[in-house]
Ligand binder design. Sequence first.
Ligand SMILES: Nc1ncnc2c1ncn2[C@@H]1O[C@H](COP(=O)(O)OP(=O)(O)OP(=O)(O)O)[C@@H](O)[C@H]1O
Ligand SMILES: [Mg+2]
Length: 235
Amino acid sequence: MLEIRDLHVTYGAVAAVRGISLTVGDGSIVALMGANGAGKSSTLKSVTGQVRPARGEILWDGRSLAGTSAVRIARQGVACVPEGRGIFSDLTVLDNLRLGAYRLRGSRSLASKLDAVYDFFPILRDRRDQTAGTLSGGEQQMMVIGRALMAEPRLLLLDEPSLGLAPKIVDQVYGIVGDICRQLDLAALVIEQDASIALSICSSGYVLRNGVVAVHGTRDDLMNDAAIRDSYLGA
Ligand SMILES: Nc1ncnc2c1ncn2[C@@H]1O[C@H](COP(=O)(O)OP(=O)(O)OP(=O)(O)O)[C@@H](O)[C@H]1O
Ligand SMILES: [Mg+2]
């Protein structure tokens, strides 16, 4: 479904991504891990069209995304939950969710999509008229995942959804993301620094180090890899 081939991203003199290749198959959940500055967000932003690759190819359903605008990529079914969440603090929860609905037509499809999001995150139904900036961190994270779902994506890109959340809330959010992907048959690429969190729902993963793929494999391969355990699983 998504295939990245030999991706390079540079910012001036900084080579942030230096030849990354990865694939996300239909309906699969894939982890993208690595330390600060490894190139995770740069990889994701290349997929969403926010960053133009210096070299390499990104294929969506076999077709190159080169030169495709971020808006078009989003309309083709790629939804992103960005690093730092990107909420509209002064708007209500409902209005934040509606902003995600740019692919929907008609008020009936909007209402049914909202209901589907509220069923995954019942707290958002209770808080729909609350200003988003006053939500707890966990509620904000749920809201931006909900906002991404409003676009009826086929692929969900999540950039460090656990950031700043208590472990219990992280487990809850990840549990729901797993349910969402299974029930809606969505694929996901999940960025996390902590491999044990990412691998709780991912079937395979890639570990980036200084802009290259250091290791990749199935969940079991990665869990059993001594170097990964020592570096990324806190063993
Ligand atoms: N807009 C930019 N201009 C210049 N350098 C950048 C820019 N964005 C990222 N970089 C640099 O590129 C490298 C990779 O950054 P990136 O944000 O992709 O890392 P990351 O793996 O997402 O890290 P983190 O876990 O801290 O979010 C870093 O050295 C960073 O300083
Ligand atoms: Mg990042």
